[in-house]
Design a binder for this molecule. Sequence first.
Ligand code: THU
Length: 144
Amino acid sequence: MNQQELIRAALEARKRSYSPYSGFQVGAALLARDGRIFTGCNIENAGYSSTICAERTAIFKAVSEGVRNFAAIAIAGGPGEGEQLQYCAPCGVCRQVMMEFCDPETFQIILGKSQEDYRQYTLKELLPLGFGPENLGKERMCDD
Ligand code: THU
């Protein structure tokens, strides 16, 4: 599984975005360390705060299936149904959820405008000095 394949899965997931209010469509593809991919899209709600981002949809799908070891996530987001994508970085809430399950030093966050045009960061780069399970004396449940 390389970056291009993961971005392709995120682009496919983006097609299922339910975003009638913002018109901003996001897809995510989460690569588990066992090679499985969990996809997600943003799902909006008339009660705006009930909206969930694509990234958390993918992470919660995986965790609810018993998978907690993750290597990378690709995100493809932008307005409208076309391919005018941005380097769509995860919101603060999603970064915090990643902090719960992903090793900040190694977890890769891939922001894909297309399969060829992407930027890649570690979670630590996007969430420096993050607050995580260690702060509460717990081990992060992301080791094999
Ligand atoms: N959104 C995501 O799904 N992921 C991001 O990384 C940024 C924002 C969604 C939430 C909402 O449905 C819409 O994009 C506009 O904020």
